[in-house]
Each structure stands twice: as C-alpha cells, then as structure tokens.
Design a protein around this ligand. Structure first.
Ligand code: AMP
Length: 187
C-alpha cells in the first residue's frame, strides 16, 4: 500500500506518518528529513538545498526528482511506503506515479490533513522551540504556507479527480487523529 500524507506545514504529517508507519510496517519516507540530514552532513545535496529551505521555498524539482528516484528505488521501499512531505508539485506527483508504475504499484490513498491557519501558526511556533528548525521563524512559516497554497494545493484536485483523496480533520489530540486515520484506511 502506497500512501501520501498531504497538508500544509505544521498539520501533523510527520507525527502521524511515524505512527502510521509503526502500525502498518510501511516505510515512512520524508523528503524534509532527508534534506535536513543532507544539510547537517554538508553533502552536495544539502549545500544546494539549504538556502531554499531557510527561506521557506521549495527545493527545485530538478533536485527533488532525483532524490525521489533514489529513495523509491530502495529495496525497503518495495511493496509500499508512507510518503510524508512529497509530492509537493505536479511534476513530483507525476514522477511518483511513474516510479510506482514501473514496479507494478500505484498511489493507493492520499490523506489530506485539514487544519485552520491560526492553529498551524500556534503549532509551528511551539515546534520551533522544541526542534530548533531554522525554517520555523514566522516569516519562513508564512512563506511555506503561501508556497503550499500555490504549488502543492493543486495536488488536491489531482488526486481527488482520481477518487483516492480522503480528508482528515487534523485538529485534536495525536491519538484522536491517529484513530481517524486508521478508520479512514479501514485498519
Ligand atoms: P518539511 O519537513 O516537509 O516541512 O520540509 C522542510 C523544507 O524542505 C521545505 O520547506 C522545503 O524547503 C524542503 N522540502 C521538503 N520536501 C520537499 C519536496 N518534496 N519538494 C521541495 N522541497 C521540499
């Protein structure tokens, strides 16, 4: 089963993705984590990505498409993954389709995390303190929300049109939201 977690920054995809991965045994793949790791290691990918991330912009597709190919081709990704933080553009969504199709799989379900914007800002400022993320300043956060609306929100229609989109009310306790997700997936 291949699942996509779609939603604005701070909507809880990371937390729920980790829970879902534990409960289903599916590998969680988070491009944000992979990029942050690359920045920490100072790798070529990290050097290219850092400026975009700090500004709250998307790392360009020409960099991300290669990364998607790398991670989705790993043996441990065969049979299904939980995709957290990607695809974020239509080009990335098409790449994911193509990579899965090449191994006889497909995107089975997309969970859209719905959270009102004032609640997102509250959460993200809390997280900035806990995790010390350099892109959790109010300015970068606002940019990330705007980028989500412009470049990622079109994916809602992309997947809805295919009949595989399920909206999740992502306001509540972690456990409540995890239960809604399990119910939506029939787990
Ligand atoms: P995240 O942890 O998913 O919120 O991602 C943090 C930052 O990493 C984003 O604001 C982007 O700069 C970058 N990023 C993560 N995933 C992607 C992606 N799929 N495409 C482009 N940029 C990404």
């Amino acid at each position: 089963m291949n699942l996509i977690l779609l939603g604005p920054p701070g909507s809880g995809k990371g937390t729920q993705g980790a829970i879902l991965s534990q409960r289903t045994g599916l590998l969680r793949v988070a491009t944000g984590d992979l990029l942050r790791d690359a920045v920490k290691r100072g790798s070529e990918l990290g050097l290219k990505a850092k400026g975009f991330m700090d500004r709250g912009e998307l790392v360009p597709d020409e960099i991300i498409l290669g990364l998607l190919e790398d991670v989705l081709s790993r043996p441990e990704a065969q049979g299904g993954v939980v995709m957290d933080g990607f695809p974020r553009t239509v080009a990335q969504a098409e790449k994911v389709d193509q990579l899965l199709e090449a191994r006889g799989e497909r995107v089975d379900r997309v969970l859209l995390f719905n959270v009102p914007e004032d609640e997102l800002l509250r959460r993200i400022m809390g997280r900035a303190k806990e995790e010390d993320r350099s892109d959790d300043t109010p300015e970068a956060f606002r940019r990330r929300v705007a980028v989500y609306r412009e470049q990622t929100a079109p994916l809602v229609d992309y997947y809805r049109g295919r009949g595989i989109l399920t909206e999740i009310d992502a306001v509540g306790t972690v456990e409540e939201i995890a239960e809604r997700i399990e119910e939506a997936l029939g787990l």
